[in-house]
Every structure is written in C-alpha cells, then in structure tokens.
Write a protein that binds this ligand. Structure first.
Ligand code: RP5
Length: 161
C-alpha cells in the first residue's frame, strides 16, 4: 500500500517518540512512511518533501521535533496538506520549548499541535486517522472500534495495587 501519512521528524533521536504514531497507524491499517527531515540541518530535504507531498499521494503529515521545533511550521508553509505537530520532550525545558515553537503559528499557515511527547504522537496518529476516515468508511469503522475498546478497558472503580 502506498503511504498516505508522512511521519517526519527532525532527528533520529525523535524516533522513539514518533514511532508511537506509526504503531497506532499500523493498528488501524493506515499506510505510512517515516523520514528524518530537519528544518535546520536538512532544509533542502524539507523543501523537496513539502513540494512533492501531494503528488506522491500523501494526505496528512505528522511532524515531530524538539527544542527550536520549526519543522511542522515550515512544512505547513510548503504544503496545503494538514500538518499535525508533535512537540518532542526535551531535557533542557521538558518540551515546553518544542510546544511553544510549534503552537504559535501566524495566521494563514496552521499546524494542529498535539500534547508533548508520546501521548501527542499517539494522538497525532488518531487525528490523522480521523481525517482519513472522513472518506474511508472501513477505516471509520476501525477507528470507532478502537475508541470503543479503549473506553471498555477503563474500569469503573479504582483498584488497590
Ligand atoms: C531537533 O533537535 C530535533 O527534532 C530533536 O528533537 C532535537 C535534538 O536533535 P539531536 O541533537 O538529538 O539530533 O532538531
């Protein structure tokens, strides 16, 4: 299956976080690709990725980065595809730096910003699936089932350890 979701990240060090999005997409049967595309270290690669994303058949881009996390916003400037930003947790500022870098986009070039870290990466996968499910009834049914299973797994009462 040709990938419809592009998962991009600024560094190899982001992969343990961003892999969570790929695992989620696998569980819903959504085809993805993953690439290291840094706004700072490989700007030409970023430009080429954004410029060719639509013609290559991608429909949603999940972009994760940490620190001065310009990748999601720069990608949003280069493609009209929905860009979902994942702030990667950092050692120095715990990911608040990443969050603010991704969140405060100027009017006209939006990035849908998720929570910091692994929860944000999983939610990025769910958000991408929700977008794709608008035009894919089978995926919509799988996403509904995933959500129902999560709800069913939550006990009504707390247990002692
Ligand atoms: C960002 O700098 C990356 O997204 C990563 O989160 C952070 C640190 O990168 P490395 O120094 O670990 O390669 O560009």
């Amino acid at each position: 299956m040709a990938p419809v979701v592009g998962i991009i990240m600024g560094s190899q060090s982001d992969w343990p976080t961003m892999k969570e999005a790929s695992v989620l997409l696998d569980s819903l049967g959504v085809a993805w690709e993953a690439k290291i595309v840094s706004a700072h270290r490989t700007p030409d690669r970023l430009w080429a990725y954004g410029k060719t994303a639509v013609e290559r058949g991608l429909q949603v881009i999940i972009a994760g980065a940490g620190g001065a996390a310009h990748l999601p916003g720069m990608m949003a400037s280069k493609t009209r595809l929905p860009v979902i930003g994942v702030p990667v947790q950092t050692k120095a500022l715990s990911g608040v730096d990443s969050l603010y870098s991704i969140l405060q986009m100027p009017r006209g070039f939006p990035v849908a910003t998720m929570a910091i870290g692994a929860a944000g990466a999983v939610n990025a996968g769910l958000m991408a699936a929700g977008i794709l499910a608008l035009n894919d009834a089978a995926l919509a049914a799988r996403l509904d089932a995933w959500r129902a299973a999560l709800s069913a797994s939550i006990p009504e009462e707390p247990q002692d350890d």
